[in-house]
Design a binder for this molecule. Sequence first.
Ligand code: PFF
Length: 460
Amino acid sequence: MMKRDRANFGSKLGVILASAGSAVGLGNIWRFPYEAGSNGGAAFILIYLGCVFVLGLPVMISEFLIGRRSQANTAGAYQRMALGTPWRWVGRLGVLTGFLILGYYSVVAGWTLEYIFEATTNGFAGKDAQGFQAAFDSFAANPWRPMLWMVTFMLATHFVIVRGVEKGIERSSKIMMPALFIIILVLVVCSITLPGAGAGIEFLLKPDFSKVTAGTFLSAMGQAFFSLSLGMGCLCTYASYFSKQTNLTRTAFSVGVIDTMVAILAGFIIFPAAFSVGISPDTGPSLVFITLPNVFQQAFGGMPALAYVFSVLFYVLLAMAALTSTISMHEVSTAYLHEEFNFSRKKAARIVTASCIFLGIFCSLSYGVLKGYTVFGLTVFNLFDYATAKIMLPAGGFFISLFTGWYLDRRIVWSEITNDGSLQVPLYRLIIFILKFVAPIFIALIFLHGLGVFELFERS
Ligand code: PFF
């Protein structure tokens, strides 16, 4: 069953940085701040922390153990561990989800390149709020520019993937992740020392529970899954490159802590700067691309050089975070085609890149010429976002917990989590309890929320 010539990550640090690289992405720096901003700040963050550590980590451990045990891509993993059962569809669903997410994620990732370009060529200087809105609208509606950036981003992802697991994925994470931490710290220091930043810090630290509804709780859970890269076999694929010595529980904990720290630090970059110039941080998805450049211009208005450096660094940060995530999504499909269809890795990667670019073109154009084309009232971009984040990821997470909690032989689960009994894992029973009961029930709630079932009840 085991192919021993399989690629492996070369070091413990490589394992953590590659997995954290997958987790840390647009979800932390683009999605988390606007979710927190629209859901009341600190109270959302507290609930989010609960979701990450209580639900997210057991599901992550579950993905890790399935991947490492099977030594296969995510579709192959379920096929091997549950031969001849419908469980194989869980793996296949993961591959499809990753592929679709990559289709629209690479469009937003492409926007980050445009913003690096704009920031570097001083294109932000002198613009006001309307100016930034108009600039974004005309850029997104342009048929060529966003598409070219998206293709560039996919080619960069391709370049890393074809170099393989150790020389491509691991090495690039070892360079980009430390660089990302340094940039974040520099930006946090700049932001919290702005005059008037205190209100933003308070917003992040002082919970206002009056704003909490069932919806807040469920948004926090959806965000936790997206941000931790759970529910589509991405970390399962990475874990198939882990060594037998990797401590799965500890790795999951490190990834959870790093991912959460980056999200909260992104909050510490954005909210103090926004509050210091009196701009509301609850503008939703456009926060990072329309509100923020304006915030940077105003906050550092008296110091144009600082505004320049801050803006360039911020978008470089965003692009690097996105790249380590697109690499991980690409790997899910590449490993699948390579192992299940016997294509060479290069050929598999080419097929994935080409077809993602094809999908990306439709997502990109849905901000311009295809704006009027909708399915269920959603543009192609929003349809992909909705179907993946609100339906497919929660469904994947639900089945993954059931698979480990109920289907898998307990001896396999125990031997993977404790490395054949050589590790003490005091929380073992708790992890199993969560996978059996807590996670499926809560994830089912997200799922129903995603489908709008609760809203139906609320309205009636
Ligand atoms: N976790 C990534 C982020 O926060 O941006 C997004 C992501 C990557 C989702 C990989 C799912 C995935 F499999």
